[in-house]
Write a new protein. Structure first.
Length: 113
């Protein structure tokens, strides 16, 4: 289990970065949903949209876990997926940023900011 301690000042930055990534992804999904809805031509298309929404809801719910014990892992994944940038974490202690970069290197990602 991860035992990183987050300073009070970092917690505000963390929450804002977390919410920013969430909004970015939801904005992207909104566009995809509109596109799919606009392309509904037959009844099966309705259920395909439903399946898409169900899948995305599950992915988002699993990805956005705001527990401090896993937040470095969450941030690494969000950076890897393109929803978060290192600049969004400005003000977070360098050892935490290095931990996130290390997790990204370990996962084979080349987003070293």
């Amino acid at each position: 289990m991860n035992h990183i301690k987050w300073a009070k000042s970092e917690k505000k930055i963390d929450r804002e970065a977390f919410e920013k990534a969430y909004e970015r992804e939801c904005s992207y999904l909104t566009g995809r949903i509109r596109e799919k809805a606009n392309n509904i031509r037959k009844s099966d298309d309705i259920w395909e949209l439903h399946d898409f929404l169900t899948e995305k809801r599950k992915e988002v719910d699993e990805k956005y876990d705001y527990r401090y014990s896993v937040l470095d892992l969450v941030f690494a994944r969000l950076i890897k997926d393109g929803w978060l940038e290192y600049d969004d974490l400005e003000g977070v202690a360098e050892e935490k940023i290095e931990r996130i970069k290390s997790l990204l290197r370990f996962s084979g990602s080349n987003t070293d900011g």
